[in-house]
Design a binder for this molecule. Sequence first.
Ligand SMILES: [Zn+2]
Length: 233
Amino acid sequence: MEERAWDNLFRRGAGLAALLTMTLALAACGGDLVPRGRVSSASKPHKAKTARPAAPPTMEVRQCMAKLQSQSVAFTPLPDQNFGGGCSAMGSVKLLDIGVPATNLGAMTCNLAANFAAWARFGVQPAARLILGAEVVRIETFGTYNCRPIAGSGKLSEHAHSNAIDVSAFVLSDGRRISIEKDWSGDRRTRQFLEVIHASACKRFRTVLSPNYNAAHHDHFHFDMGGKGGFCR
Ligand SMILES: [Zn+2]
């Protein structure tokens, strides 16, 4: 891609920087891996300490963004940011249109965003049509970036690096709402839908956690692009 096109992309990204900072600070208030009632003090949002001037993206990030564009995904590149406490959003994007509306999408690393968009379009939507006979009109999530540790651990969650997303429910064109919390042990067809999209996620994300993993995940799927991969529970 021409340098000018990248310049334009990043100019648009810089325009949203102030709004993003606010959005990230708000998003940091949520929690998921940390069981309710035991929210760690380390999960408190940190104010942005340093907003680096727009550094050129790495080759990997450029290739990823080119891939997103080739898949007709609408997105805004975000400036790299450190939020303190080891929390950051590097090589991240804000997804604007992936073909299936999704709620609470904050900063996501490009790699996570590309896999999420592909999962929604090529995993979730076809499975809903085939198994449930309806379109998914909304994917509900608990969010992406969140500066906090993994529950019961001092280690930062991939959420602290905008490298994870928690998916909680699917709203269908016929008005049905399928949630992980209510329907993971639901009727046969609904269970089959959730099992199929869980398996699809395991092919795309490095780590996939479901209610099968532990009680902290009783109400959502956690997907991230950290670690070596192949962790599917
Ligand atoms: Zn998560």
